[in-house]
Design a protein around this ligand. Sequence first.
Ligand SMILES: Cc1ncc(C[n+]2csc(CCOP(=O)(O)OP(=O)(O)O)c2C)c(N)n1
Length: 316
Amino acid sequence: MAAAKGLFPEDHANFRGLYWGEVSAPGTQELVEKADAVLCIAPVFNDYSTVGWTAWPKGENVLVADPNRVTVGGQTFEGFTLREFLSALAKKAPSRPASARESHYTPTKIAPATPDARLTNDEMTRQINGMLTSKTTLVAETGDSWFNAMRMHLPRHARVETEMQWGHIGWSVPSSFGNAMGSQEREHIVMVGDGSFQLTAQEVAQMVRYELPVIIFLVNNRGYVIEIAIHDGPYNYIKNWDYAGLMNVFNAGEGHGLGMTVTTGAELAEAIKKAQANHRGPTIIECQIERTDCTEMLVQWGKRVASANARKPQIS
Ligand SMILES: Cc1ncc(C[n+]2csc(CCOP(=O)(O)OP(=O)(O)O)c2C)c(N)n1
């Protein structure tokens, strides 16, 4: 599932892609929804993870293993840990090599754009995906950054962090600061929309203070595009900032933060090189893209979440 992106190695022979209802990886929805049985291991089912409650595995053939209980066939079993349950299951479950060979997973590849063409969401995602190594921790903020992270193909040991339980915008910047403080041997990359960034931008100053080389891709699409997809209104359009210029404010003459603005694929490639050479502080790469340039996944997911959330007034 989306919140578990990176927990299972994507180059493993038994990896079958990410299940996220209608916006699953190609072939994965069918595989899960037509399976003889589905084992859900510590899932978090909410409106986001179930695509507006349209992808919520239920029924006689679904087993849900939560941290302290297992529910299957209308019965609940308790008194053991998830680890104990999984170890016992692994011993008892028959090996099914034939079914494992029946399908395989092919990651979707994004074709490179013309270097001097206007920067697109696809080209930005393609270049960021190309930076990922086994040492990367990619923090993806609520917004189209979620969907861009989900469609990436991860090298083994690369990690993805999202906050899909509440979708609390502004989470990614302080979260990546904490992550970078706690694991300085890893490479920290953030993808965050302009709207979310405006909530906690000041935490970049902490990265300057502690000389943490976090690379922040700030997606400037001039507004709350995920909200435009779910429920539009004037509140989804925000004041533009000089995001790259913020680094001068945070450096205040004594830091090593670097800020750049890019509008083409070639400029982005150049900025990534500079960011990777900036070892003594954070880098913000403001990626300017069109407001309407978002993933098809966001649009499809947004429609379903919007209809699930559109409740009729309860008191008239
Ligand atoms: C604290 C908080 N406030 C408001 C929201 C509602 N909300 C969800 S996503 C979003 C906008 C995100 O916009 P941006 O970061 O620019 O990303 P984009 O959708 O453009 O990719 C808002 C306001 C929220 N989830 N959390």
